[in-house]
Design a protein around this ligand. Structure first.
Ligand code: SIN
Length: 487
C-alpha cells in the first residue's frame, strides 16, 4: 500500500482539526476517500456538520483576539515556517495528493511548490499592509486610513488543487491577521489535514487554522449564515458560487468567488506554431484538463489551422495516461464517474454537430476513470464544449477567419477567467489585451499561474483576486479616522 511510503506517518490524518484538537465528531458518520486511479479506499475522514462548525467558529473568534493583535512580523515568521515545513515534507505531501486526487506525481510536486509559495509570499506581504495619511480638507483635522483584518474567514476549496487553493486563501488571510476555518472537498481532504498538521508544527496557534471535513452543504451553510464569520472565499463552480452569494446576502458577508472558466486559446496565422502547440498541450492537459484556467476552446485562424491540428494531435498522442504514482505518467485519472460521463457527453455532442475526431474519444483500457487525450477538429460554434467548461482531456478546435471573428467567439461566453493568445505581432497582442473579456491573459504563454500575479475572473467567473499584492486586500477592512481639534 503506497501510504507505507510516507516518511512522516502523522501527516496522514483521519481526523479533522477544530476546537483546539484533532477529533472525529460522531464516530458513526464518516466519509470514505477513494483513490481515483485504483478505486481503493485510502482511508476515512469525519463527516462533520452544523454542531462542529459552530464550535469551530467560536474557537476561531477567540483565537482572532490574540492573532490579530500580534505584530505582523510575528505572524510572518510562523507562516514562513509553515511554508518551509511544506518544502521539507514535499515528497509526502505530493504522495498524499496523488493518492487522493490522481494527478501525476510530477504535477503533485509542482503543486506543493506552488502551494508553499503562497505562504512564503504572504508571510512577506503581511508586513507591508500600510495605511495612509490623506491631506485634510480642513486646517483643524487630520485624515488617517488604517487597515484591519476582517475577522473569522471561511474558505471553501475544491478537489482539483487540494493544497494550493487552501494556502492561496489561508496565506493571505492569516498574514492579514484573520483566522481561518477551512472546508476542503470531501473527495480530497487528506492534503488539507496534512496542512493543518504542519501549521501546528510550525507553531501557528490551534484556533487560527482549523480544518473541518464533511459534505459541503451543512458546513458551508453554517459558515455563511453565521454573523461571526466575516468573509467567505470559495473556489468552485459558478452554480455554487451564485448560491453562496445569494445566501450571503442575509449577513452581507464579504466574498471572494473564483468560479468556472471557459478559456479561449487563440492562435493567429502569424503565431510560432511550435510554441503555440507546446503552450496548448501544457495548458489543456495539466491535471488531465481539470483546471479552471486550462484552455477549454482552441480558436485557430484558417491559415495555420491544419498545421496546428496535426502537430497538436501528434503531441497529444505522446502523453502517457496511467496511475500518477508510476514513472513518466503525464495524465492521471479523472476524479469521478460523473466527470467521465460529462466528457463523453461533450464528445458525442461535438461529433453529432459535425466535429471530426482526430485522437482519443474514449476511456483508456487502464481503468474506469482513465480517459485518453482527445482532439476534435472542425468543431461547431454551438457545440457544448465551446460553451461549457469541459473539465477533462478534450481539445475542441474551431477554425476562425479574421481577428474580429476570433475575438468575438472568444468573448461569446458568460465566463471570463483565463484566456490565451499566440501571435508574433505586437499590435495584435495589444488588441487582444485590451478587448478580451477575462481576468487573466497569457500571450505566447500557456502556464500563467504564479504567486506574484493576481488570479481571478470577470463576468460569471467571479470576483476578488488571489495571490500577488492584491490578494491580501481581500482580507482587510479600510477604516477612515478623522482626528479633529488641531487649531
Ligand atoms: C484552478 O483551477 O482554479 C487553479 C489553477 C491554478 O491556480 O493555476
Amino acid at each position: 500500500m503506497s501510504l507505507q511510503l510516507l516518511q512522516k506517518k502523522d501527516l496522514f490524518r483521519q481526523e479533522a482539526f477544530w476546537g483546539g484538537a484533532w477529533g472525529k465528531g460522531n464516530p458513526d458518520l464518516k466519509i470514505e476517500v477513494v483513490n481515483p486511479a485504483t478505486l481503493d479506499i485510502i482511508g476515512t475522514v469525519p463527516s462533520l456538520g452544523r454542531k462542529e462548525t459552530l464550535e469551530a467558529v467560536q474557537t476561531s473568534l477567540l483565537a482572532f483576539q490574540d492573532w490579530s493583535a500580534r505584530p505582523a512580523k510575528e505572524r510572518s515568521i510562523l507562516i514562513r515556517t509553515w511554508s518551509d515545513l511544506m518544502k521539507k515534507n514535499r515528497e509526502d505531501l505530493a504522495l498524499l495528493m496523488t493518492l487522493e486526487q490522481g494527478k501525476p506525481l510530477i504535477e503533485s510536486r509542482a503543486e506543493i511548490d506552488y502551494s508553499a509559495s503562497f505562504l512564503e509570499w504572504f508571510a512577506e506581504e503581511g508586513k507591508r499592509v500600510y495605511g495612509d495619511i490623506i491631506p485634510s480638507h480642513r486646517r483643524d483635522t487630520k485624515i488617517e486610513v488604517i487597515k484591519e483584518p476582517v475577522g473569522v474567514c471561511g474558505i471553501l476549496t475544491p478537489w482539483n488543487f487540494p493544497s494550493s487553493m487552501i494556502t492561496r486563501k489561508a496565506g493571505a488571510a492569516l498574514s492579514a491577521g484573520c483566522t481561518v476555518i477551512g472546508k476542503p472537498s470531501e473527495l480530497t481532504p487528506f492534503s488539507a489535514l496534512a496542512l493543518a498538521a504542519l501549521a501546528l508544527e510550525a507553531g501557528i496557534p490551534e484556533g487560527v487554522f482549523q480544518v473541518l471535513t464533511g459534505y459541503p452543504e451543512e458546513i458551508a451553510n453554517t459558515l455563511i449564515d453565521s454573523s461571526e464569520v466575516k468573509k467567505i472565499s470559495f473556489t468552485g463552480s459558478t452554480r455554487v458560487g451564485k448560491l453562496i452569494m445569494e445566501r450571503s446576502a442575509k449577513t452581507l458577508k464579504r466574498l471572494s468567488l473564483e468560479l468556472g472558466g471557459n478559456a479561449p486559446f487563440l492562435v493567429f496565422d502569424d503565431a510560432d506554431l511550435e510554441a503555440a502547440v507546446k503552450g496548448a498541450i501544457l495548458s489543456k492537459f495539466r491535471n488531465a484538463g481539470q483546471t479552471c484556467v486550462c484552455a477549454n476552446r482552441f480558436l485557430v485562424q484558417k491559415g495555420i489551422y491544419n498545421d496546428f491540428v496535426s502537430l497538436f494531435s501528434e503531441s497529444a498522442l505522446k502523453l502517457k495516461v496511467g496511475n500518477g504514482l508510476e514513472k513518466d505518467i503525464t495524465i492521471g485519472p479523472l476524479i469521478s464517474e460523473v466527470a467521465v460521463q460529462k466528457v463523453e457527453g461533450h464528445i458525442r455532442d461535438a461529433i453529432d454537430k459535425g466535429g471530426k475526431l482526430q485522437l482519443g474519444g474514449k476511456r483508456s483500457e487502464l481503468g474506469k476513470l482513465f480517459f485518453s487525450p482527445t482532439v476534435i477538429s472542425e468543431i461547431s460554434e454551438d457545440s457544448l464544449s465551446m460553451n461549457e467548461e469541459v473539465f477533462g482531456p478534450v481539445a475542441p478546435i474551431y477554425r476562425f477567419e479574421s481577428m474580429e471573428d476570433g475575438l468575438r467567439i472568444a468573448n461569446a461566453t458568460p465566463s471570463g477567467l483565463a484566456s490565451y493568445a499566440y501571435t508574433q505581432d505586437y499590435r495584435k497582442m495589444r488588441i487582444v489585451a485590451e478587448n478580451i473579456q477575462a481576468g487573466m491573459l497569457g500571450i505566447n504563454e500557456g502556464l500563467i499561474s504564479t504567486e506574484q500575479a493576481p488570479f481571478g475572473g470577470l463576468k460569471e467567473s467571479g470576483f476578488g483576486r488571489e495571490g500577488s499584492k492584491y490578494g491580501i486586500q481581500e482580507y482587510l477592512n479600510v477604516k477612515y479616522v478623522c482626528v479633529g481639534g488641531f487649531q
